[in-house]
Design a protein around this ligand. Structure first.
Ligand code: ADP
Length: 360
């Protein structure tokens, strides 16, 4: 987002936890502090016209307090809550008749509603902590529903327990919503997961145009329901019975990194345009195919330069220190030929040192 700021005329003040934070290098001004600290948020909001987020580790009460004082915050605390709290998200989407897995929100393994759900499951259960999980952390797959109550009690937290769906594939729909509610949607992409982590994103999908229309319509309905401003990413399960919502993010999202090279306006530029009240930029694809591969640190550090040496790669180094299992960058390729584009992106990611493997 920082790299996109100047192109869209935005002066950027970053609230970062330390001066080695990757975003600091792109900022016009920096405030060192914690995003969950009231004093740090006060300082930030006094210096800027609008506040936005690039992660969800925020205190929603503090964000709401800023709004009450008249600070412009996009997305709002009430919208952000859908991304921060899986229980809130599932409950409100179900009430709005949006497609979600069958679920129960509970804190107790002895909850009668939980027993009823577990009795009806055929394909196992998934237990998710309502808050604080990401990249598969806080998500537990349970083959035998009888094991779920003890797991819920062991977690000692509010959880969502839901049916484990048989997935044909996974997809992500990004929309960008302006302050006046107008919106655009990016092309639907296929996302490939391994061990709870997104390893690859592909444009275009091999899904039907009816499914793509459905994805866009679901994402627009979500955007309207939650009053999102900026980029909204809706992660979707593709099942035999149609699309089902997995989760939502209210910020530029990993599944949209391909738009930096792959579309006329990147998700980052459009997020900033949306929150600053500018006209949204075109989301037209720039090539017939795009593939983005996440670089997840292997045991031994690799090198972004090795990836750059492979023709056709666009290499993004997040400037984070190398740690096995950590997402430290990504490699994108775009082109006319789907197979070549995919091979290029993966060659780049392997040269960079990703520990992920191609899923076919
Ligand atoms: P996180 O919030 O940590 O990213 P998610 O809720 O997105 O976790 O789950 C991570 C992955 O686990 C999903 O991308 C999907 O592959 C799988 N998964 C999650 N929930 C279900 C479910 N109900 N049925 C089948 N697979 C699921």
């Amino acid at each position: 987002m920082g790299e996109a700021a100047h192109d869209v005329g935005v002066e950027l003040t970053v609230l970062a936890t330390f001066d080695g934070d990757a975003a600091v290098a792109t900022a016009d001004r920096v405030i060192i502090g914690d995003a969950r600290d009231a004093a740090a948020l006060d300082r930030l909001s006094r210096e800027v016209d609008v506040v936005t987020f690039d992660h969800e580790l925020v205190d929603l009460d503090l964000v709401a307090a800023l709004e009450r004082r008249g600070v412009r915050v996009h997305p709002s605390a009430s919208a952000l809550r859908y991304a921060v709290d899986k229980a809130h998200q599932r409950t409100n989407f179900a009430a709005a008749k949006l497609p979600v897995p069958r679920f129960v929100v509970t804190t107790s393994g002895h909850d009668p509603a939980l027993a009823e759900l577990l009795g009806s499951l055929h394909n196992g259960a998934v237990v998710k902590v309502a808050r604080g999980g990401y990249d598969g952390r806080g998500v537990i797959f349970v083959d035998d529903p009888a094991d779920v109550p003890a797991i819920v009690d062991g977690l000692g937290a509010r959880v969502v327990v839901e049916e484990r769906l048989a997935l044909r594939s996974e997809a992500a729909q990004l929309v960008v919503r302006a302050t006046d509610g107008s919106s655009l949607h990016y092309p639907l992409v296929t996302t490939v997961q391994a061990d709870g982590l997104c390893v690859e994103v592909r444009f275009p999908t091999d899904l039907s145009s009816a499914t793509a229309d459905d994805a866009a319509s679901i994402a627009f309905r979500v955007g309207e329901l939650i009053g999102a401003v900026g980029v909204l990413a809706v992660e979707l399960f593709v099942t035999d019975d149609g699309l089902v919502i997995n989760e939502v993010a209210l910020r530029p999202h990993n599944t949209g990194h391909w738009t930096i090279e792959g579309t006329a306006t990147s998700q980052f530029a459009n997020h900033l345009r949306a929150i600053t009240g500018q006209r949204l930029g075109s989301v037209e694809p720039r090539a017939a195919n795009a593939v983005m591969v996440n670089v997840v640190g292997a045991d031994r550090p690799g090198s972004p330069d090795a990836a750059r040496a492979i023709p056709g790669t666009y290499v993004h180094d997040y400037g984070k220190s190398w740690r096995p299992g950590r997402k430290i960058g990504h490699v994108t390729a775009i082109g006319d030929d789907a197979a070549v584009t995919r091979v290029t992106a993966w060659s780049g990611a392997r040269a960079y040192g990703t520990r992920t493997r191609e899923v076919t």
